[in-house]
Design a protein around this ligand. Structure first.
Ligand SMILES: Cc1cc2nc3c(=O)[nH]c(=O)nc-3n(C[C@H](O)[C@H](O)[C@H](O)COP(=O)(O)O)c2cc1C
Length: 325
């Protein structure tokens, strides 16, 4: 049984990765229904939380039906991170996750996200401070290292464990790689092999199918996997993985009707959560994934991603249901 603190996550948990503008409450609600074991919020800026910025504080909204859920924060300033942890602790997430993986320049240049991989002593100090500032279990999500010359993840994981983190998720790329090339699970496997490491290690990077999970699980012996892009437009993946690991075969894929029902629900939740304008806009990144692989979808997809009108979107969905299979 994999555990983070007192939270029991089953034999081989499947995690939803934190994804900005994707893993919001509407998407999380759908992923939860499809069997995800642990979810994280989008990353939240510690500076934004302290300033009480609406964009940041809205991301603190979590619901009992989502538990167990982790709130992810980022920042490079120790005082701000400490204050942010106090703010986050008040909403009582099951887990607080620290983002040491974001490769975006405006984050890394402040020593936040993956930027901290250039200063491991600071990373350890900051983590220590955060763990000591809260009673909530702290986890870390990070990358292999800053670049190929500094892939210290095996040592880093142990150091972070020693200051009290309770699990680590490792994206098998360096910061320099951003999202390019293939995720390399070799060092994830090495980290897991370290006999001194007893906290759960979750592997992350390039999981798009249940077969990917089986291969990467067998190779690396990780305690669970975290999935980002593979779940966008395909939340069925979580249950599919569980079914495949248990039975060795894939369940039948969702029909076009099932997909459309979920798209409608997702759109509806999105509009309720964000208002009509933003709800419609932010659904656009999901459509092509929901209908990936279907022949003849292109014109309908264009309508879906250009329309600002709910009834037009429903019309396009109806046309897909009647014309595509
Ligand atoms: C749209 C998008 C937004 C992301 N936002 C975050 C984030 O807020 N926090 C974080 O730790 N990682 C973020 N990531 C990285 C993912 O959590 C994950 O590590 C990465 O996509 C690799 O996993 P995958 O191959 O399963 O997608 C984001 C990735 C994408 C594609």
């Amino acid at each position: 049984m994999v555990k983070i603190g007192d939270i029991q996550l089953g034999e081989f948990p499947i995690l939803l990765a934190p994804m900005e503008d994707v893993s919001d409450p509407p998407f999380r609600k759908i992923c939860k229904r499809f069997g995800v074991d642990l979810m994280y919020t989008e990353f939240i800026s510690s500076e934004g939380l302290i300033r009480d910025a609406v964009k940041s504080t809205k991301k603190l909204d979590i619901f009992d039906s989502e538990r167990p859920i982790g709130i992810q924060i980022f920042g490079g300033n120790e005082d701000s991170m400490k204050k942010a942890v106090e703010i986050v602790s008040e909403v009582k997430p099951d887990i607080i996750d620290i983002n040491y993986g974001c490769p975006v320049k405006k984050v890394t240049c402040k020593g936040a996200g993956a930027g901290i991989l250039q200063d491991i002593p600071k990373m350890v100090r900051l983590t220590d401070l955060i763990v000591k500032s809260t009673n909530i279990p702290v986890t870390v999500k990070t990358r292999l290292g800053w670049d190929e010359q500094s892939m210290y993840i095996v040592e880093v994981a142990e150091k972070l464990q020693d200051v009290g983190i309770q699990a680590i998720s490792i994206h098998g790329r360096t910061r320099k790689q951003m999202y390019k090339g293939n995720a390399d699970w070799t060092l994830i496997e090495k980290t897991k092999q370290n006999p001194r490491l007893h906290i759960p290690v979750f592997g992350n990077g390039d999981i798009f199918s249940a077969e990917d999970v089986k291969r990467k699980k067998d190779f690396s012996n990780v305690d669970g996997v975290m999935i980002g892009r593979g779940s966008i437009g395909y939340p069925w993946l979580f249950n599919e993985i569980k079914y495949y690991l248990k039975n060795g075969v894939l369940p039948p894929p969702p029909s076009i009707k099932e997909r459309i029902n979920i798209v409608k629900e997702h759109l509806d939740l999105s509009i309720k959560w964000k208002g009509e304008k933003l709800g419609i806009l932010e659904m656009r990144r999901h459509y092509s994934n929901y209908f990936r692989g279907y022949k003849g979808i292109k014109n309908y997809r264009i309508k879906l991603v250009t329309s600002n009108c709910i009834s037009e979107i429903h019309e396009a969905l109806y046309e897909i249901k009647t014309n595509i299979n």
